[in-house]
Design a protein. Structure first.
Length: 501
């Protein structure tokens, strides 16, 4: 479980009178930085999966302390142009993943001319000299795939390219390394072949797996690049959301959790050379041929979800199908079909919403006026081609009078797709709604560079809410109505008749 941020744990202000910001940044700032050469990578294996619309990488590396003193910080290097595309970074002990992820901080380098940026990985225990540890580093790279050609005919096949370096960008010397690529199909018309890096053919091909290496890179300077490009067929859309706004509104009086998600979707695949043809599209659907356009979106909803709606910029969209979970403990299913197929370069914005029984997600702490809300961090469509999110804003709207708000995210045994804690920005503010006095309490979390892998992450929100806080609104409404009635009665008893003096 990811611990509650240190500063957030100290936040206990009463929100009924003022708002506060629970946020922490653990980024380390340096004007100029070169990692001390206290480690070496004995053996490094990079696994790159390109079966979705973004690249997913897992790096398993055996690290040895070559210094004279115990070391506790390992620096993970990325080229500057790739650093901002990294999402869901997580580091674990490869031999003991159940111990949970290591603390990872962003290292800010003030020098704009630096072509390398770093993450600082804090080892749970200092690594003694000549000792080794095997790190499992997993992350995904958003917007890392490019369509080639960039424009195609409506019925043409779509091809994507992925570029990387045969030598991984590292802050330390590496003895041996190799890269395995897992591709979505065997139709791979173009790929880089290396010469002189190893004996035999390079890469080695086996079905949809291409392996570059292993290479003996003992004498290769850290940071040296050997560019590789591979082009492959991808028959699905490349779905990206420039923005996802997710609201979860908690109602104690109604016993309801209302969820609404607003999407600004985009297809990052190949655009169309000519205008869209409805006739050709109908034939494609009739023959059930693969297409690079977004045809439909499938949303699995939690058990007990009811009253779903689907609205775009024009209005309600009726081309949807909702199937409630049967029996009740099974997930419900919402299938949506946009008003038009979303081809490469096209956008589609819409919103969906539904209601759920609050008791499924909320628990009261025994013997206290505290509540614990456990909800998915994001839900969203579950598509085989995956969905990438450039920015996600999650807002949990608590009842009026809720205070001492704290949050944490629950880790799973494997990577849950969330970034390090310092990359989740948070603040608490009042949210005005109908018939409120001081406004409801809203916890807002902002994250960049997420993927649909974060669907498995859970958000836990803890807050204090007493009986008298719950009575605030009915007392206010009752007082307001009595005041209106009293005013009407008083005005009705005023004598406005004209009489003789």
């Amino acid at each position: 479980m990811r611990p509650i941020t240190a500063f957030a744990a100290l936040c206990g202000f009463l929100l009924s009178s003022s708002s506060f910001v629970c946020a922490e940044s653990s980024a380390r700032t340096h004007s100029s930085f070169q990692p001390p050469q206290t480690f070496k990578n004995v053996n490094l294996v990079r696994n790159t999966n390109l079966e979705k619309g973004y690249a997913r990488e897992t790096v398993n590396v055996v690290v040895e302390n070559v210094g004279n003193e115990p070391q506790s910080t390992y620096y993970l290097a990325f080229p500057s142009e790739i650093f901002d595309k990294v999402g869901g970074l997580e580091v674990r002990d490869r031999k003991a993943p159940e111990k949970g992820p290591f603390v990872v901080d962003v290292l800010s380098v003030d020098s704009p001319s630096s072509d390398t940026k770093y993450f600082a990985i804090d080892l749970p225990e200092p690594l003694a000299p000549k000792s080794q540890v095997t790190l499992g580093i997993s992350y995904y790279l958003l917007s890392s795939l490019s369509p080639r050609p960039a424009a195609i005919n409506q019925a043409d096949k779509q091809y994507l390219t992925y570029s990387f370096s045969a030598y991984i960008h590292s802050a330390y010397p590496t003895v041996t390394q190799k890269t395995k690529l897992k591709l979505p199909s065997t139709n791979i018309p173009d790929y880089t072949t290396t010469t002189g890096l190893k004996s035999g053919s390079d890469p080695e091909r086996q079905g949809t797996t291409y392996t570059y290496g292993p290479y003996d890179t003992t004498e290769v300077t850290p940071g040296t690049a050997y560019p590789i490009t591979i082009r492959y067929e991808f028959t699905k859309p490349v779905i990206a959301a420039s923005l996802l706004e997710r609201d979860l509104e908690v109602s104690h009086w109604g016993g309801n959790l209302a969820t609404e998600e607003r999407y600004w979707l985009r297809n990052n695949g190949s655009s169309l050379v000519n205008q869209f043809s409805r006739v050709e599209w109908t034939l494609t659907n009739f023959q059930q041929l693969p297409s690079s356009a977004i045809r439909e979106l499938k949303y699995p909803l939690k058990p007990g979800s009811v009253d779903p709606y689907f609205i775009d910029d024009i209005g309600n969209v009726s081309t949807s199908r909702y199937r409630p979970g049967k029996p009740p403990k099974r997930d419900a299913s919402l299938e949506l079909r946009p008003r038009y197929p979303v081809f490469g370069g096209w956008n589609y914005s819409f919103r969906i919403g539904w209601n759920s029984e609050l008791s499924t997600f909320l628990r009261r702490v025994a013997g206290a006026n505290s509540y614990v809300l456990k909800v998915p961090f994001i839900e969203g469509p579950k598509m085989p081609e995956g969905v990438q999110y450039e920015k996600v804003v999650v807002r949990v709207i608590l009842p009026e009078g809720a205070r001492n708000v704290r949050y944490e995210t629950i880790e799973t045994a494997s990577n849950n797709g969330l970034p390090p804690a310092d990359q989740i920005k948070s603040h608490v503010s009042p949210h005005k709604t109908f018939m409120d006095t001081l406004g409801r309490t809203a916890l807002t979390l902002t994250v960049e560079n997420l993927s649909d892998e974060a669907r498995d992450a859970q958000l836990v929100v803890t807050y204090d809410y007493s009986f008298w806080d719950g009575m605030r609104k009915p007392v206010t409404i009752t007082t307001g109505l009595l005041t209106v009635f009293a005013a009407v009665w008083a005005i009705g008893n005023i004598d406005v008749s004209i009489k003789k003096r």
